[in-house]
Design a protein around this ligand. Sequence first.
Ligand code: FAD
Length: 504
Amino acid sequence: MTHTVIIGAGIGGLTAAALLLKAGQRVTVLEAHVYPGGSAGTFYHQGYRFDAGATLVGGFSEGGPHARLAQVLNLEWPVKPVDPAWVVHLPDGRSITQYSDPQVWHAERRRVFPQTEPFWQKQKRLADISWDISTRHFPWPPASLHEMGALARAVRPSTLYALPYLTHSINQLASQNDPLFKTFLDAQLLISAQTTSEHANALYGSAALDLPRRGVNHVKGGVGELAQTLVRWIRQHGGEVLFRQQVTQVEIGSTGRATAVKTNKSLYITGDQFLANLTPWGLAELLGSAVPQKLNRELKQRPATWGAFTLYLGLEAAQLPANLPAHHQVIVDLNMPLGEGNSVFVSLSEPGDGRAPEGMLAATLSTHTAVTPWWKLYHAQNEAAYQAQRAEYSERLLAAAANVIPGLRQSIRLCKPGTPITFQTFTRRPQGMVGGFPQTSIFKARGPQTGIANLWLVGDSIFPGQSTAGVTLGGMRVATAVLQATPPVKSIQIDPFVGIDMNA
Ligand SMILES: Cc1cc2nc3c(=O)[nH]c(=O)nc-3n(C[C@H](O)[C@H](O)[C@H](O)COP(=O)(O)OP(=O)(O)OC[C@H]3O[C@@H](n4cnc5c(N)ncnc54)[C@H](O)[C@@H]3O)c2cc1C
């Protein structure tokens, strides 16, 4: 029986592990931390359950990646739809609400940005194509004849409409020149494509802008329950998930294939296939001098990706307005770049949902931040300067949120900041770089190959990138590729979507 070893219990790693287990393989997941989920994990602190990163998740409506996975594995996700998805607070004091209902959203965008209808017509058509493709097995970029075949089968006549837009950016779809509208688009794209409208690929960006209409959800008990659900499923079906096992080395044998992993607790586990639920930088650390040349070149050429600065707040619910929407995106200053506290995402737990002590709410506030300045301060060992920077960013986030949520400051009973250093510590992502690569070009998308035949990347560093839905699609793609690379299990057949016919 093929044994696949998975390094990391993020959503991407767990999804691939569950599919391979279902397909008849033996799987072992090794997780450094004491709980699963990584950037989509929930941690316990003083009676609160705080979502560490992700707070609002898509892909659970029919045909969505999480829904499809649930069908394949026969499991139920602990989710609840959220509508409206979130409220965007613009720098001029107005707000625009991201309603899930397409009719209501149509009226809302006409109210706030009446000149932009031609853009939304194109966006919708491209989004429909992207979402349609994502319901089929679409191994992008293709890396084998199998994958070329899968791609050819996935293309439909309707897909051809997208051809002229393959190299376009979102900016090229939006012909009119309203700086406020551009900032609105930029803020949406930064959280979903890790880049702004001049750079975001038109097809990818159109799908990302449609996320609220495709349905977003709260996870009961916190977003980490998605990963916990997968861990339970894997264990119930005979797979292994081991916590507190930080992989410290991937061993490469004389044939150039991965043969085993070592952990900080002296576990030595051999396997046939290896999945790294890591960034390429994280994988390189485990390979040491065995890093393939191509991967080495890639790491030298790639600029650092974004980090996150977060605030975890315990709030007294009685101090806040009743019927407050749970999610807000605040853009502070039209003339400043987004991120670094100038665009802040605010998520609140629901009253009585068990994520906070009686009468309290758990909130996660986050903003994009460049990682390098944080590490410079940290390495300078100037504790005072590091603390001052942390305090300044905390204040930026609080000011942004307090501007749109009356009573917020008075309601704070607990406040815990998180910097890229915190993210590196808790998700083990080098330099605390989160969210994967900016989705600027379909043709520069990164696949799961590592340069070592039986070692694959999975997670938000591979196409289609970030979000729990995105890494679920990536996990399905990698599971399919692993199955194609291993001797077939008798009763398992290849299916055009996840690659595994679960009825066999
Ligand atoms: C602030 C923030 C907000 C976000 N908001 C949203 C949102 O609202 N909705 C959404 O869908 N997405 C959101 N995202 C993105 C989403 O959380 C991620 O894209 C996704 O969860 C990444 O999953 P992954 O599979 O790449 O694994 P990761 O989350 O990177 O997890 C990897 C796991 O591997 C473990 N690991 C690492 N190294 C080792 C090792 N050597 N040995 C053993 N284990 C190891 C880590 O401990 C971790 O558990 C957000 C991200 C951030 C940071």
